[in-house]
Design a protein around this ligand. Structure first.
Ligand code: ZN
Ligand code: ZN
Ligand code: ZN
Length: 139
């Protein structure tokens, strides 16, 4: 079944615009996480502010999440079905490939519960695995 961009935007209470559809399609087509630079390269007539706002609204509405990979460049990936505008539930680890610099969601691996010293409150846990991705590893 092909994923419908209009439907995804609608179900996340996002107004449908051609630009949002184009950006969302990039996320659907790409197995790795995407930086705003990459969106700019792919959609040549896009300016940085529009991309920034689009990504922010996608994150706010639970459509994409930041795929934290420990690099200076924030990258984003599509959320699983159960995220919405109220909360993200992306409790999986991310994998950063040192060779091709791509970042992947590893949804099979959940972030473990980590206990902290008394008085510390955890809001989010980011776990990054580093190494070679499948395609780099098979070269
Ligand atoms: Zn999410
Ligand atoms: Zn790689
Ligand atoms: Zn992820």
């Amino acid at each position: 079944m092909a994923t419908n961009t209009k439907q995804l935007l609608k179900s996340h209470s996002l107004r449908i615009t051609p630009f949002r559809e184009q950006v969302l399609q990039l996320f659907i087509d790409e197995s790795a996480a995407i930086s705003s630079r990459k969106i700019q390269d792919e959609l040549e007539d896009a300016d940085r502010i529009t991309i920034y706002r689009t990504l922010k609204s996608f994150v706010d509405k639970g459509l994409v999440h930041e795929a934290f990979d420990g690099t200076d460049t924030p990258k984003y990936a599509l959320c699983e079905d159960h995220c919405d505008e109220h909360a993200h539930h992306d409790q999986h680890v991310h994998f950063h490939c040192d060779k091709c610099d791509q970042t992947f969601c590893v949804e099979e691996v959940e972030v473990p519960y980590i206990t902290t010293p008394q008085g510390f409150k955890v809001n989010s846990t980011n776990i990054v695995l580093k190494g070679k991705c499948e395609s780099c590893n098979s070269k």
